[in-house]
Design a protein around this ligand. Structure first.
Ligand SMILES: Cc1cc2nc3c(=O)[nH]c(=O)nc-3n(C[C@H](O)[C@H](O)[C@H](O)COP(=O)(O)OP(=O)(O)OC[C@H]3O[C@@H](n4cnc5c(N)ncnc54)[C@H](O)[C@@H]3O)c2cc1C
Length: 414
């Protein structure tokens, strides 16, 4: 693989950009691999990447029914933070956040990580107490966050109205090194690195069945033929229940639409990410100037990748009190993704009842931020059978009542 560099850009500019290679090879599926990952979203690709990079396993295929990154990875609002309450979550999300800091250099691909700061608003006394508790927990976990008062909120985000009649801003949980990254670039960067290690990324190939020899997985049926494998990783977000059913086990997840929208582009007016979880809305400004807006999930299960119309209205209405300026903006585009929600709002990174079949799902509304760390930990689990970062996230916790309750950090927030 040719490295990207300032020199390469100058060279290609002089020869009309005719010398760039394809970022990743388009592969046809082989009949057998050591490891097959289903789902070429960020988490599937990151898993493949760390299998090669940390464990030397490169006879790997990543199978994708659509186009790479076309699931939730290419549909999310790119918020990255690690201010979770419980220790196992904080460890996993902080590992991810720290991997984002060096991802562009590690992958030789500009993922535009922008640690611009994320502020979670406290707009009720109850919410304020919750965030104070999280700030204390984060201090014990070694994660840098702090609770700031309304005056400081106004200083770092002047367009905000902090004296709203229903929900005045009482302060906020501020994580300065949190932020955003370009979601497509994360998927593309991992795909390029995986392809460079000799892995096959097979797009337009839907998995239609999982084959077993007794309790052990042996391979897959796909729309492009059968594939045998020693180990199988299922990393399909909103479609996890369907894949689990093919493999012969049940998952405690629900698939629901989550949507987002962007406004027309405007001049720079907001250089942080703000989440208002009491009213179910959050906002940031993209590099193009669009205001990126999102809210909570729809209230029903579906696979439509669209979401309901009244939800957009509810989200915008909720934000108008705190950001009056958005009432004068035209909204340009809206889209949806299908997220996989668990009861405790924490992910599942786990072995399954089927031997050599592993599952990575349940990231709900907030898995983009976890992409690199999830891949790191899941690769370790698949390669060695255990990972300190995944130990608490086994699917048996739902049977045993060992929940990792993140309803404050992830019930609405992304
Ligand atoms: C509107 C929206 C906003 C969000 N905002 C944020 C945010 O700000 N911050 C954050 O951290 N998270 C956010 N999220 C959540 C985040 O996007 C997801 O948790 C994360 O992207 C999941 O990544 P993934 O790789 O597991 O899944 P995906 O990117 O969905 O990848 C799974 C892939 O599996 C493929 N697949 C499914 N079934 C099959 C099959 N049978 N055969 C082959 N392939 C199959 C799909 O086509 C898909 O490409 C948001 C999500 C949405 C929808």
């Amino acid at each position: 693989m040719r490295r990207y560099s300032a020199f390469a850009i100058a060279r290609e500019a002089l020869r009309h950009h005719t010398g760039w290679e394809r970022a990743w090879k388009s592969a046809a599926p082989k009949s057998r691999y050591d490891v097959v990952i289903v789902g070429a979203g960020g988490h599937g690709l990151a898993t493949a990447y760390w299998l090669g990079r940390n464990h030397g396993i490169t006879n790997v295929a990543v199978i994708e029914k659509g186009w790479l990154g076309g699931g939730n990875t290419g549909r999310n609002t790119t918020i990255i933070r690690s201010n979770y309450l419980q220790d196992p979550s904080a460890a996993l999300y902080e590992k991810s956040r720290s991997l984002y800091e060096t991802m562009s250099q590690d992958l030789n691909y500009n993922v535009m990580f922008s640690p611009r700061g994320v502020l979670m608003l406290a707009q009720t006394e109850h919410e304020k107490r919750g965030y104070l508790r999280t700030a204390h927990a984060n201090a014990l976990q070694g994660i840098t966050t702090r609770f700031i008062g309304p005056a400081e909120v106004k200083k770092i985000c002047p367009i905000m109205n902090i004296d709203g009649p229903r929900y005045p801003v009482l302060g906020g949980l501020w994580q300065e090194r949190a932020g955003t990254a370009r979601h497509d670039a994360v998927a593309w960067g991992y795909a390029r690195a995986c392809s460079d290690m000799g892995m096959d990324i097979v797009e337009q190939c839907e998995v239609t069945g999982v084959t077993r020899d007794g309790a052990r997985v042996t391979g897959l049926s796909t729309t492009r033929g059968d594939i045998a494998c020693d180990k199988l990783g299922i990393v399909v977000a909103g479609h996890s229940g369907r894949l689990a059913e093919m493999a012969g086990f049940r998952l405690p997840v629900e698939s629901v639409p989550l949507q987002a929208l962007v406004s027309e582009p405007i001049k720079p007016c907001m250089d942080i990410v703000v989440m208002a979880n009491t009213v179910h809305g959050y906002m940031s400004q993209s590099d193009k100037g669009e205001m990126v807006i999102g809210g909570g999930t729809d209230g029903y299960n579906a696979y439509t990748q669209r979401g309901s119309f009244q939800h957009i209205e509810e989200t915008v209405r909720a934000l108008v009190e705190t950001f009056p300026m958005i009432s004068r903006l035209k909204m340009l585009r809206q889209w949806g993704g299908i997220v996989d929600m668990t009861g405790d709002r924490s992910p599942i990174l786990s072995r399954t009842p089927v031997e050599n079949c592993f599952i990575n799902c349940g990231w709900g509304t907030g898995g983009f931020k976890a992409t690199p760390g999830s891949g790191w930990a899941f690769a370790e689990l698949m390669a060695t059978g255990a990972s300190p970062l995944t130990a608490a996230f086994g699917m048996e916790r739902f049977r045993e009542g060992r929940f990792i309750d993140e309803s404050v950090a992830a019930g609405v927030a992304h």
